[in-house]
Design a protein around this ligand. Structure first.
Ligand SMILES: [Zn+2]
Length: 487
């Protein structure tokens, strides 16, 4: 744990060790063309930035939102009519739901809010603003001047012939599109290009004012130089042979004369039962939603896994309690099993005092010392139980009247068993003692434990199975249990 309060994983220390002296600029870039789910990329960058900070390096940590990128696909949930905006910058396409300033902002803002909620020390930069502010002016001039070399690199990497009039720069046409124009002339003194579009209209674009952008493969290398990037993580699709890092590396070395930034390649995250996360297919988990069921550092741990270079399958559904228990064991944050917390949260609703009492009875005194934290943890557990938990984990204590009706439907052996348990239960009994009592009472009366426990679950929860009965019952007020069992 460093000054940031965020644990720095070992792999990130190693990556930072290989980066040399700063000052450092750590960058991660994502296009807000749909729901942004790629938290793994940002967290890889954050971990390395924090590892550098721990070594007292000067670090600028940047999220480069590719807001000037053209719309190429209509995101799931967006009306098909948005195809009319294909080729237009995301920052200039309207918000499909009308709630933000643009299409880009609609997807970017919720992600940005999640980063803030995680207390991430990151600068969110919008690429259309960088172009408008002239940050890309020099590298754009350089790129246009070296059009032939850039073209050769792309041809060699892709093995495909590039169009004859290919240009690294995409001027914005009067129609607003960044596609379909041919650059005719470069006027470096005026930082502009003269172009003709598909319809034969001629125009000029001033590249110091954001009137166009670099093509994305060139922009990647140009961005390193424009921002002084020293580290950037990449998903493995970018680092394949002929991929965008291959071309960007050559462009950086041969054209921009800029050293290739350090890099860490990360593997994909898939969702249990749904395949790889992909915003274009709607297979996504949004950071904002995940922050509703766990604290930021647990989310960091979940998304990064043990090493982000390894593929990871997320299961925030049935597998979530186990994940939280492992996380809590590693951090020493809490000793209450998550399943039990979910049970307490569901039984006591929003009554934190009642929840604290139930936890104390269950033997989890420590968890009740910080009421604010307890309230927070209970709300995570309640949200999980309400929206993510499998049916078997969703429970609610039956009202006494409902319990009596259920108990009336049990056979005599089961009813007598419950009455016997009610008589023997004591106020000081812990979870294990109650569990022993439930079991030994059944055996003593010649009742099969399976039928005995079914009677317990049915009477309390209206189900034939449920959480560990001993801890659950020990957590409930004794009178509540007696009222239901001795009916
Ligand atoms: Zn919106």
């Amino acid at each position: 744990m460093g000054d940031t309060g965020i644990p720095v994983p070992l792999w990130a220390e190693k990556v930072a060790d290989g980066l040399g002296r700063g000052p450092h600029v750590v960058v991660t870039g994502i296009s807000p063309s749909g729901n942004i789910h790629n938290l793994r990329e940002v967290l890889v960058a954050e971990a390395v930035a924090n590892a550098l900070k721990n070594r007292d390096e000067e670090v600028r940590f940047v999220f480069h939102a590719d807001t000037i990128d053209p719309l190429r696909k209509v995101a799931p949930g967006v009306p098909a009519s948005f195809r009319e905006f294909f080729g237009h910058s995301l920052s200039r396409v309207p918000d499909p739901e009308g709630c933000h300033a643009s299409y880009a902002e609609h997807f970017l803002i919720p992600f940005e809010e999640a980063l803030h909620e995680m207390d991430m020390d990151i600068e969110v930069l919008r690429s259309h603003e960088l172009y408008e502010a002239g940050v890309y002016t020099d590298v754009t001039r350089e790129a246009i001047e070296h059009t032939a070399e850039l073209r050769d690199i792309l041809q060699e990497a892709s093995g495909r012939e590039m169009p004859e009039h290919w240009s690294p720069y995409l001027p914005r046409r009067t129609s607003g599109q960044l596609t379909g124009a041919r650059v005719l002339e470069h006027l470096p003194g005026e930082h502009s290009v003269v172009f003709v579009d598909e319809d034969g209209f001629e125009g000029a674009a001033d590249y110091s004012k954001g009137e166009g952008k670099l093509g994305w493969r060139v922009e990647l290398a140009a961005r390193w130089k424009a921002l002084g990037v020293t580290f950037e993580p990449f998903g493995k699709d970018h680092t394949s042979r002929g991929g965008s890092t291959d071309t960007a590396d050559r462009m950086a070395r041969e054209v921009f004369h800029y050293p290739i930034p350090g890099r860490h390649e990360y593997e994909w995250i898939s969702l249990k039962g749904q395949g790889p996360m992909a915003s274009s297919k709607g297979v996504v988990l949004l950071p904002k939603d995940l922050l509703g069921i766990m604290p930021p550092n647990a989310l960091r741990r979940m998304m990064l896994g043990r090493d982000p270079a390894r593929a990871l399958e997320l299961d925030p559904w049935e597998g979530f309690p186990r994940f939280m228990d492992e996380f809590n064991a590693e951090t020493g944050d809490s000793e209450v099993p998550f399943n039990h917390l979910a049970l307490v949260a569901q039984t006591t609703g929003e009554d934190v005092e009642a929840a604290a009492t139930m936890l104390r009875r269950g033997g989890y005194e420590d968890a009740t010392r910080d009421p604010e934290r307890l309230a927070r943890d209970l709300s995570y557990a309640r949200n999980w139980a309400g929206e993510w938990a499998p049916e078997s984990m969703r429970i609610g204590l039956l009202e006494p009247e409902e319990s009596r009706q259920v108990a009336a439907g049990l056979d005599e052996e089961q009813r007598d068993y419950l009455a016997a348990v009610a008589e023997t239960l004591g106020p000081e009994m812990g979870g294990d003692e109650v569990q022993d009592l439930l079991y030994s009472t059944a055996v003593g009366r010649g009742l099969k434990p399976k039928r005995a426990f079914a009677a317990v679950y049915k009477t309390l929860l209206g189900k034939t199975s449920g959480p560990k009965a001993g801890a659950f019952i020990a957590g409930l007020p004794l009178e509540e249990v007696r009222r239901r069992f001795s009916a």
